[in-house]
Design a protein around this ligand. Structure first.
Ligand code: ATP
Ligand code: MG
Length: 658
């Protein structure tokens, strides 16, 4: 945090609207009332070992049962379900084959050019087995790390499941990353093989993935990498290295379509995944087999209240944790139908998402605030041209959602009838931690509402003591949960220091600290206020970024805003606001005065920005999160230091500089 001794964050925004779930929705849902939610939470709290143990036995298949639910004798290193043996690929595929789910569609895929594929559970199982056998044939086995650098094609999910099947941890590197970012991650993770494609389609262009792999491996930079498996997607000409590179269709298609799953220890590593890098150098987050399987499975079931006929679509990329937990593992473990789409909205097809919803009759739609704000900027005209009546539930993840964007999402996309689940979580948490349960929780726009059963979240000061209602502080989790990260790959020190030793509770207990600031209101609702690194200190008042930004976004001309502090001799810091106007709106001299007045009305004079910068776009990570640390440097005229490899579009910086 910063130099100020008082460590609370002041909350200034008051959002009063409340949306209870409709009777119609609640009556059909799994957790159908708030009292049921409270009951589950109470059960989990009073006897966590029973709660998690029962859940693990009921929800997962075990080759061998575990003998201990949680071993927390060596904190912060947890062991869950020790002694048990299971396999997540078995839980996602094989166990559905003895029921009618075998012939249910598991995966619907659509490519950006419009090509389509569907796989039933039975078919997906065969494809995964073939890929697993192919990996074995090139010398990959249990414990070998396999990097994936893939477009959004079915083979990405198939490859993940195939790795899991043979016990080879995967490390998915987002296909939009550069060859240098890929190389860093290959070296850090000591990958033995890479699965990639000749390219992928994105915004009507071909992304040359294999060329980037060749560059990353060039000059012997990654001596541990022995083989590269290449999916043919674009038919673009690429170089193939004899002896190192293999075409997927040449070595996978001819394999036997059955492959016994490796019986994995509960704590065997399932995957390593790097964080988005919003706040600094990405961390290689390590997740293990059984705990992650249980947590992605349970959270998916609770939060999306999945029903037999749902067609569920999460727009994330498989390169992010959201893609891991809520495109692949959570949905498939539950026997649901999951949709994967290669494209994104683009000038040639701005309604691409709505088209996918209409075409595939999507009933549950899960996306990010950055996308919602972009749609809001462009206006209602495009979504209004599509039939979105199949939707019954909406979700958001990735950043705090500004209440105005929440309302827009509810009204324009959800037709006013769909509950919204605003899900707070992180790469490190494996699955959602704080979220409404759609049939049970009255929602408030901009609040992720309550911790899920079994999650003991709190808001504390730097001594680890709970702060009063409506006072901001550090968002922490006080008790281990199955999906928690197990380590930072190859950097135990960073694991301890960033997550478990940052706060110093007087009783020396371990609290997981996430990097985010939050407050709890008088009804117990959690409001994430932004990253604690981004807190602005104005005349001794410590303000989170989320509330000022939300006040700006609630102005009719503004679609997106990011605020940062700039050192100021008098006030400590002054507030600089970077804002994006809605399409068609124009910046004039008046607008600054209007916006200042608007913030004063919404929040008060303390939060009034001192300076505005109007821009077409804000610097974001490739997963779509605003990178305020870059804006902070720009606003202060400092050099941009620290890791910028995860920046989505460098030209945004040049534009902002000029
Ligand atoms: P790095 O840790 O490298 O800076 P990152 O934190 O952006 O990257 P992720 O794990 O992808 O990497 O993102 C988790 C973060 O996203 C959370 O800590 C939080 O700041 C933000 N976030 C996710 N969902 C929500 C939400 N529903 N409301 C508020 N913030 C959210
Ligand atoms: Mg983070």
């Amino acid at each position: 945090m910063n130099s100020n001794n008082s460590n609370s964050i002041e909350s200034v925004l008051q959002e009063q609207r409340v949306f209870p779930p409709s009777d119609n929705f609640s009556s059909k849902s799994r957790i159908s009332s708030f009292s049921k939610y409270l009951e589950m939470s109470e059960m989990a709290k009073s006897d966590p070992n029973k709660f998690w143990g029962d859940a693990a036995r009921e929800e997962l298949h075990w080759f061998k049962s575990f003998n201990k639910v949680l071993d927390w004798s060596n904190p912060p290193f947890a062991k869950w379900f020790d002694g048990g043996k299971t396999n997540i690929s078995f839980n996602c595929l094989d166990r559905h084959l003895n029921s009618s789910t075998a012939d249910k569609v598991a995966l619907i895929w659509e490519g950006e050019p419009g090509d389509k594929k569907k796989y039933t559970y039975k078919q997906l199982h065969k494809e995964v087995c073939k890929a697993a056998n192919a990996l074995k044939s090139i010398g990959i086995g249990k414990g070998d790390l396999v990097a994936l650098y893939m477009p959004m094609v079915p083979e990405a999910a198939i490859a993940m499941l195939a790795c899991a099947r043979i016990g080879a941890p995967h490390s998915v590197v987002f296909g939009g990353f550069s060859s240098e970012a890929l190389r860093d991650r290959l070296i850090n993770g000591e990958a033995k093989a890479i699965i990639t494609a000749d390219g992928g389609f994105r915004k009507d262009k071909v992304i040359p993935l294999k060329d980037a792999v060749d560059q990353a491996l060039g000059g012997g930079a990654c001596p541990k990498v022995e083989s590269v498996l290449v999916v043919q997607r674009t038919k673009k000409n690429i170089a193939m290295d004899d002896g190192r590179d293999y075409w997927w269709h040449e070595i996978v298609d001819s394999q036997a379509d059955d492959c016994l799953p490796e019986q994995m220890d509960s704590e065997d590593c399932l995957f390593v995944l790097y964080t988005s890098g919003s706040t600094g150098k990405p961390k290689g987050v390590v997740h293990s087999t059984a705990g992650y399987n249980l947590w992605s499975h349970l959270t998916f079931k609770w939060i999306f209240d999945i029903r037999e006929n749902d067609v569920y679509w999460c727009t994330a990329d498989v390169g992010w944790i959201t893609g891991h937990s809520y495109i692949v593992y959570g949905p498939l473990s539950n026997g649901a139908t999951t949709v994967m789409y290669e494209g994104v909205p683009r000038p040639s097809n701005p309604g691409a998402f709505w088209d996918v919803i209409q075409k595939h009759k999507i009933s549950i739609f899960y996306t990010a605030p950055t996308a919602i704000r972009a749609f809001m900027k462009a206006g209602n005209k495009i979504p209004n041209q599509y039939d979105l009546s199949s939707l019954r539930l909406l979700g958001t993840v990735g950043e705090p959602i500004n209440p105005e964007a929440w309302i827009w999402y509810r009204d324009v996309i959800g037709g006013g009838r769909c509950p919204i689940v605003d899900t707070w979580w992180q790469t490190e948490t494996g699955g959602v931690m704080i979220s409404p349960l759609p049939g049970a929780t009255p929602t408030k726009p901009g609040s992720a509402t309550f911790p899920l059963p079994g999650i003991e979240a709190d808001v504390v000061n730097s001594d680890g003591d709970s702060v009063a209602n409506n006072e901001g502080g550090y968002l922490v989790v006080k008790r281990p949960w199955p999906g928690m990260m197990r380590n930072v790959y190859g950097d135990e020190k960073r694991f301890r220091e960033s997550y478990w030793e940052y706060l110093k509770p007087s009783d020396n207990s371990y609290m997981y600290f996430a990097g985010d600031g939050a407050r709890r209101d008088e009804d117990g609702y959690f409001w994430v206020m932004g990253r604690v690194d981004d807190v602005i200190n104005v005349s001794g008042h410590r303000l989170g970024t989320m509330e000022i930004e939300s006040a700006l976004v609630s102005h009719e001309l503004i679609s997106e805003a990011a605020v940062v502090g700039r050192p100021d001799d008098l006030k400590g810091e002054s507030i600089v606001a970077f804002v994006t106007l809605r399409t068609g709106a124009e910046a004039n001299e008046n607008i600054e005065a209007q916006l200042k007045k608007h913030v004063v009305n919404e929040i008060g004079p303390i939060a009034k920005p001192d300076e505005f910068k109007f821009t077409d776009s804000l610097p974001k990570t490739r997963s779509g999160k605003i990178m305020r640390r870059i804006l902070r440097a720009l606003a202060s005229g400092d050099e941009i230091s620290g890791d910028t490899s995860t920046l989505e579009d460098r030209s945004v910086l040049d534009k902002l500089r000029s």
